[in-house]
Design a protein around this ligand. Structure first.
Ligand code: DGL
Length: 270
């Protein structure tokens, strides 16, 4: 018999590190009455440069960790895990709902692209998995997709170089071929990239719509919970934050990602 979650149960969110806090922020903004538990696998980040078997192993362990808190829904904030290991998370979640960011990002991009010429940027693993490309083509036969891995964006975001000249130079280099392909929408297919939004928008110009999967997934979470009568009514509280390692500057980086202060950061064994 599948487990019937309670509306009072928390929403579990995980990512490879700090980046998924952009999803927590979007969830908090849209659903302030939900209890949120975030796990950032800071001991093993980055995932985006690792092999598929390793990413799948980590995904199973991350989901098992969140299951200890009996969530009503698991949100896979990591694009890399969503692309390569969503089935592993579903198997581990044993009937609890699981939402990844790929579908939300792809359908949001199709709504915003008039020309159906869509760019996707993400980690090497996400782009090589072809997950966004496949999902966009599944949703629309005529769409043209142009993909590019942007691995240097992750450390630039972690370093707080949102509007730094170095970020601008690297963005110009990475995005030139997408601009040559005349895209009119660009999916930020990595949780870190929304941090660099101002610079990326400047480089691609105002005519290219940036698709932030954090906002798109928050809308999907709301629809999922409301369809199942699982919307929470808790008083607003800070998200509970769990990490597998506490890097020295974690709090500063996390608060920059979130835009609000965090409570205690709990260290957990993975
Ligand atoms: N959070 C990851 C993602 O969204 C990016 C960082 C990493 O490589 O682990 O794909």
């Amino acid at each position: 018999m599948p487990h019937q979650p309670s509306s009072r149960a928390p929403i579990g969110v995980f990512d490879s590190g700090v980046g998924g806090l952009t999803v927590v922020r979007a969830l908090r903004d849209l659903l302030p009455n939900e209890r949120l538990i975030y796990f950032g696998d800071t001991a093993r980040v980055p995932y985006g440069t690792k092999s598929e078997p390793t990413i799948r192993k980590y995904a199973a362990e991350d989901a098992a960790l969140l299951m200890r808190y009996e969530p009503k829904l698991i949100v896979v904030a990591c694009n890399t895990v969503s692309a390569l290991a969503l089935d592993v998370v579903e198997d581990t979640a044993k009937g609890v709902g699981v939402l990844g960011v790929i579908k939300a990002g792809a359908s949001s991009a199709l709504k915003k692209s008039a020309e159906k010429r869509i760019g996707v940027i993400g980690t090497q693993a996400t782009i090589a998995s072809y997950a966004y490309q496949r999902e966009l083509h599944r949703l629309n036969d005529d769409v043209q997709v142009f993909a590019k891995a942007c691995p240097l964006f992750v450390p630039l975001a972690e370093e707080g170089f949102a509007t730094h000249e170095a970020t601008r130079l690297i963005a110009k280099e990475y995005l030139a071929e997408l601009l040559d392909s005349r895209i009119d929408a660009l999916i930020l297919g990595c949780t870190h990239y929304p941090i660099l939004k101002p610079t990326i928008q400047d480089v691609v110009g105002k005519k290219v719509a940036l698709i932030d999967s954090a906002e798109a997934i928050a809308q999907e979470v709301k629809a999922h919970l409301s369809e199942r009568g699982l919307l929470g009514d808790a008083s607003p509280e800070p998200p509970r934050v769990l990490v597998s390692d506490v890097p020295q500057r974690f709090r500063a980086i996390a608060e920059r990602f979130l835009g609000f202060e965090l409570g205690e950061i709990e260290l957990v064994e993975i």
